[in-house]
Design a protein around this ligand. Sequence first.
Ligand SMILES: [Zn+2]
Length: 886
Amino acid sequence: MRLEDYQPYSFELESTDLTFDIRADHTDVESTTSFRRKNDEQNELELDGIDLELLSIAIDNRPLTSNEYSVDSTKLSIVDLPERFKLTIQTRIYPQANTALEGLYRSGDLYCTQCEAEGFRKITYYPDRPDVQSKFTTTLVADSGQFGVMLANGNLIRDEITSDNRRRVTWVDPFNKPSYLFALVAGNLAVLEDNFTTLSGRNIALRIYSEPHNIDACTHAMESLKRAMAWDESAFGREYDLDTFMIVAVEDFNMGAMENKGLNIFNTSCVLASPSTATDAAYLRVEGVVAHEYFHNWSGNRVTCRDWFQLSLKEGFTVFRDSEFSAAMNSRNVKRIQDVDVLRTAQFAEDASPLAHPVRPTSYIEISNFYTTTIYEKGAEVVRMLSTMLGQDNFRSATDLYFDRHDGGAATTEDFVVAMEDVSGVNLDRFRNWYSQAGTPVIEVEESRINDLITLHLKQSCPPSPNQPSKSTFHIPISIGLISIDGQDALGQAGAANGFDIHVHTDLNFENPNADGTLAFHFDCEETTITISGVPPKSVVSFLRGFSAPVNVTFPRSNTDLLHLATLDTDGFVRWDAAQKILGSTITTPASDTQFAKALLQKLSRSAVSAADDGETKALLASAMTLPSTLYVLDQNPGRDVIELDGGRDRLLSEMGIALEDSWEEIVNQNISDSPYHADGISIARRSLSHLAMDYLGAGLEKRGPGTAWDLYYDLYRRCDNLTDRLFAFSRLLRLEASLAEKKSVVIQDFHDRFNASALVTDKWFSVQAGCKVSGTLPRIVELATHPEFDLQNPNRARALLSTFATVNHREFHRSDGKSYTFLADQILKLDSLNPQLASRVCIPLTRWQRFDSGRQERMKDSLERIQRDCQSKDLREVTQKSLVA
Ligand SMILES: [Zn+2]
């Protein structure tokens, strides 16, 4: 599929009526759609359809004979059509045999749908493209008494028992929508009900459905939904439009959740939250995903995408919206650091790989492969840069204009940028390169200093990507501050208020939007110079504040300057980033001097001991003291031995554990709590700080002799009342020395039996073992893949074992004999015949081979070649082909 081949559809759809007759071993679908031809020349109707049994087809109630239409494995075509006509098609489908989880399928006893991106064509023949919209009426018919709950988009208008003792319900959605937003659910579900009054005083019924034994775990999702509805009104002026809003929790689901109009369908992992079955991270994730899907009602549903090349129009914008919401509800600094961490490890790696693609791709083979961190996370960064450059008020006016202009329509990323330009007058010509060019730009900074004059020389470049050997200049917003010796923000109005007399000279446009000591520059040329005069002695430049652009920065600086920033900068991101740099460089040089790492952790741990009991401060300190991930360190040093780097990380952890033992102990004692579990900001921050300190402490204790670290973790495991603590302790216990094998197997059994009723906790039981980075664990992973509770057909379970193993357990996954790669490839090929979409996702870690040393590269490519040779789906074929080209 190519962006340049886009053609508007030749017909308009006036209405779509669907009837689903659900039987034990099949479902019959009757669709009646009213078409109107838009121009006289185009007189061939093409409908998408895959894996359908065509029972009958009629135009204006006249059945067609087989020579009046043609049908192949993906399309149905009809020619010689009147200007207006009503097309009725009957198809038969088999939801219980649908293991790909696209279209209508069964999850346990529940029937549900997943239509984005191209699942609707597995339900009936239809123009399955986002720019074709219609009003849908949906009728579900099943044996009465079979399903307590039968739902579809919109409002319920009829619920009756027919003469042949079947239940028949009809839902009408008054809004036009594309087929990918269609949804239905039928099952025996419990419901949690609540309501919300909108800004204009309308009362909305809110319903969350789940299996009866999980309904108590839905209250956090309901509270999150109400907060999201209120926030979207105040932050973006967006009000909900239907009378009811429904969420259904489903166990077998390929993605996180889906924003179907008025009837969101969620993976249970993104709805359910109770203290004993969900971690702090899961609580935050539920809040974020509930908000994300709700926000789509405007950024996605009311204004949808013209074609799938524009996917980031709805996803990038909505991720930006949900991340602003989470920042407002929790800690803004910590949310930003977490987002940047994900971006730099996952998206930057994608950008540097043969699978790199622009935020608005120009071609694809299988659209499911494009639900990537580039479309989502980098897409959100692009929107964030626009909001930074326009400032809060202009950005809000521009989003208002965008929603007004395109309400009810299908738009492009270009439409979004034009709305930003029209409101602000900022020229965004070069900014558009963020949408069309793949790859992570690099900014090289050179600083020179003479007396009170600092000169910063900036140069931008971007490495080549597939089909893009050279790149045009990007328009990059760069936020800069200056931290004085006593930690004051010295730039701009904030600096003037502190008595500093500083002047900035450059050819770039710049402004001080928040008057908080941060200057925002428009860096839209290849090279430039910024000079700052009147600089107070020993001040340090704070660069790329708030991570103002998704770029790699090379800025040679002394550890003294980094230490200054890591402990004194008022910008949370720069503090964390400076700390990561000190700790990262200590990890990569094995015999290195640990003096700066120690000085840093000493200062930060002392701050943590004396910190006020405030969530924001404690959470930020916990982030700043966390060692950078092995993969991040590897990406900064491509080609290095991953196991050696992982070992370097562990060594630094134990060395600092011993050197600062008293501080860690004090932090643990201060922050560990015996009061009942709460998922509020301060409690979450205390737990993350105490876990961090226990990590250092335990690593130090391990060096003292067997058994000492066991007690530290086992004590927490035994007495805690929540999954966050228990899972942390469980995972640390399993990493301890081999001589504790017997004790470990007792804990493994205990954890298993304790929560066996919860599928989500059983997922964790698999993932902790899969992620347990101890050499020689492959046989256990293989054993788990044949465990009676392992199920490749359940995406959560498959990801818990396979994706965790491949992305977390560096030591065993990257063993030098390549046996783990072979194991993963075997599993991927098995999965391919069941669920191609999922198989292609699980394959991603292998496609990141470029970051590893040459021996591992060869073995990873061997496995990719085997997958390419033996796979059946176009999903896997595209991913393996592209990743092997480079
Ligand atoms: Zn989304």
